[in-house]
Write a protein of this length. Sequence first.
Length: 212
Amino acid sequence: MNLDVTWAKAWIRTSAAVMSEHRVELINLDRAIGDGDHGENMDRGFQAVLSKLEDLPSEANPGDVFKLVATTLISTVGGAAGPLYGTAFLKAAVAVTGAADLDGSALVAFLTAARDGIVLRGKAESGDKTMVDAWTPAVDAAEAARAEGADDLAILVAAAVAAESGAQATEPWVARKGRASYLGERAIGHRDPGAQSSALLLRAAADTASMV
């Protein structure tokens, strides 16, 4: 299994399908504690990326794919999601610049850079009930798996499982950042939509790696 440009493109195509499939779910999560547009924004953004993937040159590498995702999401996705995900993919692209294939160390660097980009842009920390609460467990799990000698697929699966658990863990929390923070205790019982879309993306990465 090579996590090369073929995988990177396939991951984004899978992500676009996943965002379309879960569009209503993400809308409902966001409607409870936000603007209600997260699902629509994510679906629109990844559909816009799809239309540009084939324009990449034949010599493109994964970093080029991620940079395309970043610039497209920033220019097409409204609300907080566009800048946050755009910054995540942009920082991640820089972290793997020039790499034809992503090994375990590169995967951890990719995930870490994406998480750090989100933190930089959104000024959120773990426990604030944001997408950081999916990304930080994913980074930690990926690093632990790599340290244990896991292969690339196992690293991605570990990250996806941790992100899913992290997203679920946001449900009983009071939000400390974003629009949900204005709700106080009324946000309790609702999963953060950004954490959920992050978990969906990372699961798509792992599922795609299992098939290429």
